[in-house]
Design a protein around this ligand. Structure first.
Ligand code: PHE
Length: 340
């Protein structure tokens, strides 16, 4: 009898521990402790035992009942555990999500801004003939102005007319290509592409991006250039930033300008981070008649303006974006890129 009872207790406790839900626990309670449960059935034999043994076994009965009911009354724990593991309202684990590179985002934003005023986004070769990168831009072979572009030349045979092959040092190679593609004005293009120059320091990377605007039509003048620049500056940098044109020289524009934007820190008042309140954006000007001629456009009838600015440099001039070294953009360091 004693052994039978102890076995029963062990069996009951084992079942309680491995019970998977509250219903099963209730079933075990009825099975062992209920009015018609196993223990009560066995207790019916008690009166038939010898008096001394009856007392001992009777006590054992009570101990076992208490043990089983205590085990079951730890039900709340089991209930919680059971509920949690089946809680359909607990949010799932999200897989890590990446994002576009800051330069890709800047390119998307820039093309979006120009598309709104009717510019067509185009893309021209990043490895191109000297003809498009220099010759047709009023920079004949040996012209000293070419030196400013610190160009990489490809070691390949020269074309009799188009010359050497270069890694494009600027997106201006798209100007005559776009004139050839359309055949005649109106032209309103924004060419965004990779460019390469032999230079590397905190504000230069060997590979970078430029966006080149070109507009050619009848009666295009400097006010159109200035209006377009102002529109872009307000859209990209915000309504409190201003632009100005500073006289400059390029072989392919006449007159030529450097475009400045008010500093995002002092907003034009002058501070340590800028030149008397201004930051330099890049070049612009009215398309030189020789360039129009190279693109077979009647330079008596049509005029145009062009500008070409670095995507990375322009992006860095956005308010509040203090990137100390442009090369970080291409270091592929996830700790840096995750901040954008
Ligand atoms: N291509 C010039 C540069 O790389 C910029 C420019 C483009 C200037 C168009 C005038 C007109 O610096």
């Amino acid at each position: 009898m004693r052994e039978k009872l102890l076995n029963l207790k062990n069996q009951a406790l084992a079942q309680i521990i491995s019970a998977e839900n509250p219903d099963e626990l209730e079933r075990l309670r009825a099975h062992y402790l209920g009015k018609k449960g196993v223990l009560n059935e066995l207790a019916k034999d008690l009166p038939h035992l010898e008096p001394a043994l009856r007392a001992e076994i009777g006590q054992l009965f009570n101990e076992i009942k208490t043990a089983i009911s205590q085990a079951i009354s730890s039900t709340p724990k089991v209930q919680n555990r059971t509920l949690v593991s089946f809680d359909l309202t607990v949010p799932g684990m999200k897989p890590p999500q990446g994002h576009l590179h800051p330069v890709t985002k800047a390119i998307e934003e820039i093309s979006g801004i120009f598309e709104k005023i009717g510019f067509i986004r185009v893309r021209y070769p990043e490895v191109d003939w000297d003809w498009y990168a220099f010759e047709t831009l009023n920079m004949p072979k040996g012209h000293p102005a070419r030196d400013d572009w610190e160009t990489f030349f490809i070691d390949a045979p020269e074309h009799p007319k188009l010359g050497k092959i270069v890694l494009t040092p600027h997106t201006s190679n798209g100007q005559v290509r776009e004139m050839e593609r359309l055949g005649r004005p109106p032209i309103r293009m924004v060419n965004i592409a990779k460019c390469y120059r032999r230079q590397s320091d905190v504000s230069h990377t060997v590979m970078f991006h430029q966006f080149e605007g070109l507009v050619v039509d009848e009666n295009i003048n400097i006010t159109h250039l200035k209006g377009t620049i102002d529109y872009f500056v307000k859209q990209f940098f915000g309504p409190d930033r201003k632009s100005r044109l500073r006289p400059y020289h390029f072989q392919f524009t006449e007159p030529s300008f450097e475009v400045d934007v008010t500093c995002d820190v002092c907003l034009g008042k002058g501070c340590k981070l800028c030149k008397e309140g201004w930051l330099e954006l890049g070049g612009a000007g009215m398309v030189h008649p020789n360039v129009l001629k190279a693109g077979k456009i009647d330079s008596d009838k049509y005029t145009g303006f062009a500008f070409g600015w670095g995507v990375e440099r322009t992006y860095m001039m956005k308010s509040g974006l203090k990137i100390p070294d442009l090369r970080l953009l291409y270091s592929n360091d996830i700790r840096f890129l995750n901040q954008f």
